[in-house]
Design a protein around this ligand. Structure first.
Ligand code: NAD
Length: 282
């Protein structure tokens, strides 16, 4: 009998998520009987208040693990028995594994971005990194940038309070990194000397077309890493390629966060290249 496992994704607005397909295909490729269920709070008339019951029920029903997405990544922490060091530092969980009667939370958003970054932009200059967007994804990505050794990290957000809060929490965790926050009106100034730009706002998604960064602010001395992954080629990435920047799409982050979760759930190494090829075909 092949090993059989059941996992799921809890969040809202996740009906079209590609995560189940990525997990099930990789599981099948590895000879596992792997089922991955969508548990959409909206569709079931549930809220984050139902999370403790959902997590406990998943454990009781024999789920191997859960992925957790918006708006549950912070709230789920109260339902767990333990956290990985990185999830504890980030204060956000996107992966829960059930083992030995315990529910333990991990965060593969930061590690997925980090693995993709190392693979797609080798030897990227981290002297002066500007990040636009300091929300949920932005927190994970900025953590990865600081952990990876950015010398200076400037966080910019349309909501200056969010940028400032992320700056404050990361500054405590990474005292060796110069971390600043800046208003959107300073974007042009901070980009002049930037060696890299990470984009982590929703602008550029199919639902929010456009680019949050005017093309005139880009220059070929910077690399540009995108977090948005639908579409794979955003307006920002097209503009950055025209200007001559090295670019990195958000597709790899989506795949590597799934690959890392797959490895936590199964204890097996995921074939990331195979998963990228599969994701690109969806
Ligand atoms: P969020 O709502 O938590 O945060 C978005 C932030 O962007 C907010 O702080 C908001 O103030 C800011 N913002 C919005 N428009 C802006 C603009 N024009 N200029 C500056 N700041 C602006 O959203 P999130 O969960 O962080 O998601 C952001 C994007 O990341 C989404 O497109 C999501 O699909 C993508 N994402 C990708 C992956 C992946 O694996 N590639 C994973 C998670 C999220």
């Amino acid at each position: 009998m092949p090993e059989s496992l059941l996992c799921g994704l809890i969040g809202t607005g996740i009906g079209k998520s590609l995560t189940p397909a990525m997990h099930e295909k990789e599981g099948a490729e590895q000879g596992l009987t792997y089922q991955y269920r969508i548990i959409d709070l909206d569709r079931r008339g549930l809220t984050v208040d139902d999370l403790p019951r959902l997590v406990a029920t998943a454990a009781d029903l024999g789920f191997r693990g859960l992925n957790i997405t918006h708006p549950c990544k912070q709230r789920v922490i109260g339902c767990l028995d333990g956290l990985s060091d990185d999830a504890a530092r980030l204060g956000a969980v996107n992966t829960v594994v059930f083992a030995d009667g315990l529910a333990v939370g991990h965060n593969t958003d930061w590690s997925g971005f980090d693995r993709n970054f190392g693979r797609g932009l080798p030897k990227a200059d981290l002297t002066d990194v500007v990040q636009l967007g300091a929300g949920g994804a932005g927190a994970a990505v900025a953590y990865a940038m600081a952990r990876r050794g950015a010398a200076r990290l400037t966080l910019v957000d349309a909501d200056p309070v969010r940028a400032q809060q992320l700056k404050d929490s990361l500054s405590t965790m990474f005292p060796g990194v110069e971390i600043f926050s800046a208003g959107l009106d300073s974007l042009g100034r901070v980009l002049e000397s930037a060696t890299g730009l990470v984009h982590a706002t929703p602008i550029g998604m199919v639902e929010h077309p456009g680019s949050a960064v005017p093309e005139g602010l880009l220059h070929p001395r910077m690399w540009v890493a995108e977090v948005v992954y639908r579409p794979a080629e955003t307006e920002l990435l097209s503009a950055a390629a025209r200007v001559g920047c090295r670019t990195l799409s958000g597709t790899g982050m989506a795949v590597f966060q799934a690959a890392d979760a797959f490895e936590i759930f199964t204890g097996r190494t995921a074939d990331a290249d195979r998963m990228i090829a599969h994701m690109s075909s969806l």
